[in-house]
Structure formats: C-alpha cells, structure tokens
Write a protein of this length. Structure first.
Length: 332
C-alpha cells in the first residue's frame, strides 16, 4: 500500500506485515483466514476509547463468529498500554511513533474534542470511566499521554487478500463504527448473520409496558449492564474486589436491551435497575425478583437476551441463597 498520508479508500491493498501485540503475540495483517477490523484509537486509558471498546468486548464472540478479527492500535508505548489491556480479548498494538497512523492517513485535529457531537459521549465516558476506576476494573490515564489528546479514530475492514473492503475516518473522538455497522460491512455470510439479529432498538422480549427510548438508542452508544455478586455491600470508595464472589461480564448489552423493555412504573423491582448507574439488590430483593426474571424468560424470543436473562436468574438465585450478599447491577 502507498505510504502517503492521504486517506486509504476501499479497494486499496494492504501489504502483508506482522504486528507485535502488547501481549507479545504476532498478528498477521492481513489475516489469511479472516477479515481484519483494524481500529485506530487514541492513548492508553482514553475514557472515550474505553467506552467504545467495552461494547466490542461485550459482543466479541459475535464478531469472531462472523469471521472478523479485531486489531486495535493506540499511539501509546507498550509500557503505558500494558496495564489497560490485560482483560481485552483481542490484539492491541502500540504505535508510539505513529507509523501505522501515517501509513493509513489517520490524523490529529482539535475537532476531535471540539465537535459538539463529541461532548455527550465525552461526559458519559468520563463518568463511566471514573466508576470503573473506583471498582478497580480500569486504570487512570496518564496526565500527559504520549501523542497528545487530539487523535481522531479510524476503522478499516481488510480482506484476507489485503483489499480494504471499507474505511471510516472519524470526524470527532467518538465517531467510529458500532458493532452493528461492523457486522453489516462484511461479506454475505456476515451480512446474513447480522440481518437475522434484531435491530439495536428492537424490543424482542415484550412486557406490559415499554420505555419510550430503549437503552440502545441513548446518545453516545449502546449501554450495558454487568453483574457482580458480593459477599457484603460493596464499598465504592475502597476496593470492591475484597467482597467480590463472582462476576458476569459477557451479557452486558443483551441484558440492557432485555431490561430496557421494562417501564419504571408497575414493573416490579427490575424496573428500577438503572442502565446508566449502579443498582444494588440484597438477598431479600434478589429472592423477590426471581419470578420477574422467569416471566421475562418465558416471553423472550431473542436468543442473546434470553441467555442474558438466564444468567441473571442464576446470579439472583446465588444472591438469594447467600446471607448478607448483594447483587450489583453495574450500568455504564
């Protein structure tokens, strides 16, 4: 591929190369057997990057099933990235010299932060990131990140033969492909899979009332609700890891979608679960909620949401059976 700083367009050919991930693994780009989704993010610990990547983590198995491999590039050095990437299920590549950024024409600009379309996601990312730092699940970024804070995101979908099938250059810091858009961009087998999935705002698990706006339609991306069972009330200002018994992080988006069908009024205890914040149930509340979840499972027609509800039922049962325990609904 040409080495100019101009944009890479669909139809361009990416030269074969092997990238070294932060984990030390070698990553072939292009991949001879799968599509590559090459993401260009910003700096290590970037709250907006983390907000987006959490949505990718939640649906990573679905992305892999569609024949797509995620490769994410940051312009931070490996030593800065390492603490932030230990739990990510995909390859993360450090490019502190910005060679890949230059090759693919990925730029920096003040509009990354100054675009009004970025302000909502930035606020939500900072608040969500702060909660995750308190929970011990994320680390604070450097006060002076390598490469600065004005980087723009970019996405490229690369075929096994090196052809660029699609490309997107972000206009602001949170302007990238969603997972739904990524799955729509692949070959026919990928499009076929995503076409069978409900739309992001589909209400596949009906209840007696619906919220006017689903969680997935909220500004700034798809929400997610993760679950943690704690032996006692978790202390947000301390280390919630001390009381953690088990966690469930694989169904966050699907659970948020399933619970988004509930109205806050006349929908039992689950109706007060806040997808934007944290909600705690004690063992008595967990016991009382089990029948609500069972009813949702019976009405649900979406496989992913049903799996999320069954997982929730298992966590509620464990909480109800553990004296003094709490089930923590961790919203974005």
């Amino acid at each position: 591929m040409r080495r100019s700083r101009g944009p890479v367009e669909p139809g361009s050919i990416v030269d074969e190369r092997s990238l070294t991930a932060v984990s030390g693994d070698q990553v072939a780009v292009p991949d001879p057997e799968r599509l590559i989704h090459l993401q260009f993010r910003r700096f290590a610990g970037c709250p907006v990057c983390n907000l987006h990547l959490r949505s990718v983590v939640r649906r990573h198995r679905e992305i892999e099933a569609a024949g797509v491999r995620e490769v994410v590039v940051f312009h931070s050095p490996t030593e800065e990235l390492a603490p932030h990437t230990t739990d990510l299920p995909f390859a993360v590549v450090a490019d502190p010299a910005r060679r890949l950024y230059a090759e693919f024409g990925v730029e920096r600009s003040p509009r990354a932060l100054l675009s009004p379309r970025a302000w909502g996601p930035i606020v939500r990312a900072v608040l969500s990131g702060a909660r995750n730092v308190v929970r011990g699940r994320e680390h604070l970024p450097s006060t002076s990140p390598h490469g600065g804070r004005l980087g723009l995101p970019a996405d490229f979908l690369i075929a096994p033969d090196g052809r660029v099938l699609a490309a997107k250059y972000g206009e602001h810091v949170y302007d990238q492909w969603s997972v739904d858009e990524l799955l729509e961009l692949g070959p026919s087998r990928t499009r076929g899979r995503s076409a069978e999935r409900p739309r992001a705002n589909a209400r596949s698990c009906p209840t007696n009332d619906l919220r006017e706006t689903s969680v997935s339609e909220a500004e700034g991306g798809v929400m997610g609700i993760e679950l943690e069972l704690h032996s006692g009330r978790p202390v947000r200002k301390g280390s919630p890891r001390d009381t953690l018994l088990r966690g469930s992080y694989a169904h966050g988006e699907a659970l948020a979608r399933a619970l988004s069908t509930l109205a806050r009024q006349n929908s039992g205890k689950l109706g007060r679960v806040d997808p934007y914040n944290d909600t705690l149930f004690n063992e008595q509340e967990a016991q009382a909620t089990r029948q609500e979840v069972a009813a949702l499972v019976r009405a649900c027609t979406d496989d992913q949401q049903k799996a999320a509800l069954l997982d929730l039922a298992e966590r509620l049962e464990a909480c109800a059976a553990t004296p003094g325990s709490y089930l923590w609904f961790m919203g974005d």
